[in-house]
Design a binder for this molecule. Structure first.
Ligand code: PEP
Ligand code: MG
Length: 590
């Protein structure tokens, strides 16, 4: 937001929420809305209501974003908060029953054109009106109108901010928000790290940053006004801190720290060929989570035994229409070939919530509460053709190497039964046509990430071949803390006894049913939790590749009997602070 920029000089420190660890030093690129490509086309008389509806949805989204930004701005020093508050209020006002809003609605109806084009026209007209005013302050409001228009258009076209391809290598992105779709466009050879105003530490964007090994911080109030493009910045991911225009001594200090981290990474790399076993000989399977196919190389480089979680959303992001069966088959086959016989657990589509795939916009609708709405398996069971195409692609790709099918956001046995019926139908269809498919039929498993599923794990276990515990959503839904909201990030705590009991119950239910149980949420990749998970009986972990060596190092230090006893003590505790202390003590950190 241009107008909130200040002319601060010299080293400044801005704090946010820890996103992805590591240190990045480089020139800042402040991501602005920029010039947007606005599609323009005629619509039919019958489509006017639907088009106006699209505009209204974009309007609500824009209002919500501005309201969030305003709440965020309250954390800033008083004067800045006040100035920014006025600006955001002005933007909000422009979106509330204003001339602009009425103008767009009238233009859609009278000119029979799409909403984006109508916004563009209305913006030009209102901005021209402001520019012609003699008062310099009022004339400058034209910029605000354009900014509001750009926001509306972005929300209408679902355009990610930018592809960040034109930047010099080593750039650090500074943005209001980066969606998982934006993050998917980041090339780690160009972008060295990023910081945003919005977003939480367990958001999918944060998960992607950790997967790419990109230092990142979120929830930095005053970020857009506090950094100029081209200024040198340091991102200290583990501290959740950004240092702008550092003094020479600060720069030197951080360069030293970065070198230390690199040395540590090289030391951990030496563990790659050593077995993942505890000091008393218990083997623990270590696999990688994959967000994008290009991460296969890093998964193999750290010695992952397979892909424990393939988030297939990447296939549906940053495109206008969903991929068909053949395209998905090609993509999965490529991964299977690259993994050279190591197993891949393919999770079916898990869009919804904060993970929006624009190619599915019309299917997703605009739920009242996206985290609780039509997402993941619920969408697949509603859009059966989409689900069938994905299952067919997995089955066909499975002819080339071992795969497992994983269903996200399962809450009950009914969804498993329905999914199996569809799977059986797809298998029959493919066999009838003589299409080669996986033989034997791939194991079918479910994510345990909804509290109801964890509590009913014994019932679910009777219907599936494996469990994958998703601690990210499990924590979010158990504690009612949005994992992507930086304002409540400090309350997000997988060590809450409620979360741990659900994990324990699911693990034990899996053991009783003799089905494999893995943990593939972010807890699995944090070596602080390794002893506890092992002590609870978990023997398979799947995580972002960069976390794997450190977790292996921790496993090799752990005595399983001691870890089991410590887990028992921990599970008798009611207070998460006490649990954290007991764990840190066991880890030798207290
Ligand atoms: C989880 O919820 O823990 C999980 C692994 O799935 P995702 O992070 O993709 O929602
Ligand atoms: Mg999940």
């Amino acid at each position: 937001m241009k107008t909130e920029r200040t002319k601060a000089i010299g080293e400044r420190i801005l704090d946010g929420v820890v996103g992805a660890p590591g240190i990045a030093i480089g020139p800042a690129h402040v991501s602005e809305a920029g010039a947007l490509q606005v599609p323009e086309y005629e619509i039919r008389q019958d489509d006017i209501a639907a088009e106006t509806g699209r505009f209204e949805v974009a309007l609500t989204r824009s209002q919500n974003q501005l309201t969030k930004l305003k709440t965020k701005s309250l954390a800033l020093p008083d004067a800045t908060a006040e100035e920014l508050g006025y600006l955001l209020d002005a933007h909000l006002l422009m979106l509330t029953g204003s001339r602009l809003v009425r103008g767009v609605e009238e233009t859609i109806a009278s000119k029979r054109i799409n909403a984006e084009a109508a916004v563009q026209m209305a913006i030009s007209e209102v901005a021209r009106g402001f520019e012609s005013l003699p008062d310099a302050y009022m004339a400058a409001r034209a910029d605000d109108v354009r900014e509001v228009g750009a926001r509306l258009i972005r929300n209408l076209t679902d355009t990610p901010f930018q592809a960040f391809t034109h930047l010099p290598p080593g750039t650090i992105i500074i943005a209001e928000e980066l969606s998982p779709a934006d993050a998917a466009l980041i090339n780690p050879e160009i972008v060295a790290g990023f910081a945003t105003v919005l977003g939480g530490k367990e958001s999918h964007t944060a998960i992607m940053a950790r997967s790419f090994g990109l230092p990142a911080i979120f929830g930095v109030a005053g970020l857009l006004g506090g950094v100029k493009s081209g200024e040198t910045v340091i991102i200290d991911g583990a501290a959740g801190r950004i240092i702008v225009d550092p003094k020479p001594e600060t720069l030197l200090d951080y360069e030293g720290r970065r070198k230390l981290l690199e040395r540590e990474r090289r030391r951990l790399d030496r563990l790659i060929n050593l077995p993942s076993e505890t000091s008393d000989g218990t083997l623990v399977g270590l696999q990688a989570n994959l967000e994008l196919p290009r991460e296969v190389d890093s998964a193999l480089a750290v010695g992952a035994e397979g892909i424990g979680l393939l988030r297939t959303e990447f296939m549906f992001m940053n495109r206008d229409t969903p991929p068909d069966e053949d395209e998905q088959y090609e993509s999965l086959s490529g991964l299977i070939a690259a993994m050279g016989g190591r197993p891949i657990t393919v999770r079916t589509l898990d869009v919804g919530g904060e993970k929006l795939a624009y190619s599915l916009g019309e299917h997703l609708g605009h739920p009242v509460n996206p985290a609780l709405g039509l997402r993941a398996i619920r969408l697949s069971l509603k859009q059966v053709k989409l689900f069938e195409a994905q299952l067919a692609a997995i089955l066909r790709a499975g002819a080339h190497g071992p795969v497992r099918i994983l269903l996200p956001m399962i809450a009950g046995t009914g969804e498993i039964r329905q999914s199996r019926e569809i799977l059986t139908r797809v298998i029959k269809r493919l066999k009838r046509r003589g299409v080669p498919i996986a033989d034997p039929i791939p194991p079918l498993g479910v994510m345990i990430e909804v509290p109801g599923a964890a509590l009913a794990a014994d019932a679910l276990a009777a219907h599936v071949d494996f469990f994958a515990i998703g601690t990210n959503d499990l924590t979010m839904y158990t504690l009612a803390i949005d994992r992507a909201d930086e304002q409540v990030a400090h309350l997000y705590n997988p060590l809450h006894p409620g979360v741990l009991r659900l994990i324990q119950f699911a693990v034990q239910a899996g053991m009783r049913a003799r089905i494999p149980v893995s943990v593939c949420g972010e807890m699995a990749g944090d070596s602080r939790y390794t002893a506890l998970l092992l002590g609870l009986g978990v023997r398979e972990l799947s995580m972002a590749s960069p976390s794997l060596p450190r977790v292996k190092q921790r496993i090799r230090q752990i005595d399983m009997t001691a870890a089991t006893m410590r887990a028992e003590i921990i599970m008798s505790q009611a207070d998460s602070g006490r649990i954290a202390a007991l764990l840190d003590d066991f880890n030798g950190l207290a």
